[in-house]
Design a protein around this ligand. Structure first.
Ligand code: NAD
Ligand code: MG
Length: 394
C-alpha cells in the first residue's frame, strides 16, 4: 500500500488522479489533499477519500473550510493552511508518492521539497521544473527520488525510452525526440483574427479538457515551449535534438528516434488518466479507466511543422533554453503574468508573446545556480512583465 499526497487535488489533473486512485484502493491510500480556493470541491474529495490532512493554500479560505468540516463524519481530518503546509504534507513519512499538480510557480517549493525528501514525484507541474531547471534535477539525483513525468508527451517519451531508463539521463542511442502538439484551437485561424480572440475561445481546447492557464498556453503554444524545456531537462537532450511536430489528432503523444532509424511512439486516446496511471503503477501497469483506442475511428494521422510566425512563444522558448541561466525562469514568469492579464481581459491574445519577448530583452542570462537566484529572477521578471503591460496600454 502506497501513501499519496495530491498537490492541487481540485484541478483537472488532481481530479483525474483521484479517479485513478479510486480504481486501486488496494494499492493507494490518500494521505493528503491540497487546494487553493475551491473549498467545496476539496470538501467533497475529503468525504470520498478520507485523507489524514487537507491543506488550504490560501489562508483566507481556511476558516470557511474548517467550518464546513465541523460536525461532519470527517471532522477529524487535520486542516492546515498556507504555502508552507504544502511542503509539510508533501514530505510526511507515510507519503510515498507526490502528485505535483499545482499550476504555475506556486508549485515549486512543495514539489522541490518532495524531491529533496526522496519521494516518488509524479510531475505534472511543468512550470516548477522549467523555472528551477538543473536545481530540481540535482535535488532528484542527490536524494535518490524517483521522477516520473505526467505531462502526456513526456510520459510518452519516458515510455519509449530503453528498459531501465531513469529521468535525468541521456539515453545514448536516442538521437532525437519528436515532441507532438495538437496546435490548439487557433491552428488554422487567420493570423489577422488572432488579435481579437477572447479568453473563452482560447480556453476551448479541441482535444484536451484542462485548467485555464495551460489551455491558454496551448493556444499560444507556450505550452509546447515549456514542454521543450521540460524535455531538455528530463531527458538531458539538446534543444536542437527536439523537433516539435503538430499532430492535430493527438493520438501519438510523442516519439523517440533512435540511431538505427527506429522511431518509437506511444499512442492512445487523449485522456490524462493514461499517463497518471502509468506513473502510479510504474514499473508495473494497471487499469486507468481509459477506453481502448479505436484505431479505425482514427482513420488518419497528420503531421505539420509549427509556424513560428503564428506561434512566436515557441520561438521564445527555444531562445530561453539556448541562452540558459535564468532565462527559462524569466520566460515562465513573464508568461504567467501575461496569461493572467489576458484571462482578465487586460491585454490581447497577441500581446502575450510581446510581453514575454520584451520582458526577456531586459534580462541577461545570469547563472541560475541557487534557489535564491531562481526565486529572485522569478520575482523580478514578474515586475518587469507588469511594467511592459503598463507600457503596452499607453
Ligand atoms: P487547474 O487550474 O485545473 O488546477 C490547478 C490546481 O492548483 C488546483 O487544485 C488549485 O487549487 C491549485 N492551485 C492554484 N494556485 C495555487 C496556489 N497559489 N497555491 C496552491 N495551490 C494552487 O490546472 P491543471 O490543468 O490541473 O494543471 C495543473 C498542472 O499540470 C499545470 O502545471 C499544468 O501545466 C500541468 N498539466 C496539466 C495537464 C492537463 O491535462 N490539465 C496536462 C499536462 C500538464
Ligand atoms: Mg503536455
Amino acid at each position: 500500500m502506497k501513501g499519496i499526497c495530491i498537490l492541487g487535488a481540485t484541478g483537472s489533473i488532481g481530479v483525474s488522479t483521484l479517479d485513478v486512485v479510486a480504481r486501486h484502493p488496494d494499492q493507494y491510500k490518500v494521505v493528503a489533499l491540497t487546494a487553493n480556493g475551491n473549498i467545496d470541491a476539496l470538501f467533497e474529495q475529503c468525504l470520498a477519500y478520507r485523507p489524514e490532512y487537507a491543506v488550504v493554500a490560501n489562508p483566507d479560505n481556511v476558516q470557511a473550510f474548517s467550518d464546513k468540516l465541523a460536525g461532519t463524519p470527517i471532522a477529524d481530518i487535520r486542516v492546515l493552511a498556507g504555502a508552507d503546509a504544502l511542503a509539510q504534507v508533501a514530505t510526511l513519512d507515510n507519503v510515498d508518492a507526490v502528485m505535483a499538480a499545482i499550476v504555475g510557480a506556486a508549485g515549486l517549493l512543495p514539489t522541490l521539497a518532495a524531491a529533496k525528501a526522496g519521494k516518488t514525484v509524479l510531475l505534472a507541474n511543468k512550470e516548477a521544473l522549467v523555472m528551477s531547471g538543473q536545481i530540481f534535477m540535482n535535488a532528484v539525483a542527490e536524494s535518490g527520488a524517483t521522477l516520473l513525468p505526467i505531462d502526456s508527451e513526456h510520459n510518452a517519451i519516458f515510455q519509449c525510452m530503453p528498459a531501465g531508463y531513469t529521468a535525468g539521463h541521456r539515453a545514448k542511442q536516442a538521437r532525437r525526440i519528436l515532441l507532438t502538439a495538437s496546435g490548439g484551437p487557433f491552428r488554422q485561424t487567420p493570423l489577422a483574427d488572432l488579435e481579437h480572440v477572447t479568453p473563452e475561445q482560447a480556453v476551448a481546447h479541441p482535444k484536451w479538457d484542462m485548467g485555464r492557464k495551460i489551455s491558454v498556453d496551448s493556444a499560444t503554444m507556450m505550452n509546447k515551449g515549456l514542454e521543450l524545456i521540460e524535455a531538455c531537462l528530463l531527458f538531458d537532450m539538446d534543444p536542437d535534438a527536439i523537433q516539435v511536430v503538430i499532430h492535430p489528432q493527438s493520438i501519438i503523444h510523442s516519439m523517440v528516434d533512435y540511431v538505427d532509424g527506429s522511431v518509437l511512439a506511444q499512442m492512445g486516446n487523449p485522456d490524462m488518466r493514461t499517463p497518471i496511471a502509468h506513473a502510479m503503477a510504474w514499473p508495473e501497469r494497471f487499469d486507468s479507466g481509459v477506453e481502448p483506442l479505436n484505431i479505425f475511428q482514427v482513420k488518419h494521422m497528420d503531421f505539420e511543422q509549427p509556424d513560428l510566425q503564428r506561434f512566436p512563444c515557441l520561438k521564445l522558448a527555444y531562445q530561453a533554453i539556448k541562452a540558459g541561466g535564468i532565462m527559462p525562469t524569466v520566460l515562465n514568469a513573464a508568461n504567467e503574468i501575461a496569461v493572467d492579464a489576458f484571462l482578465n481581459e487586460r491585454v490581447r491574445f497577441t500581446d502575450i508573446a510581446k510581453i514575454i519577448e520584451r520582458s526577456m530583452a531586459r534580462f541577461e542570462p545570469e547563472a541560475a545556480d541557487t534557489l535564491e537566484h531562481v526565486l529572485d529572477a522569478d520575482r523580478r521578471a514578474r515586475e518587469v512583465a507588469e511594467t511592459v503591460i503598463t507600457e503596452l496600454s499607453h
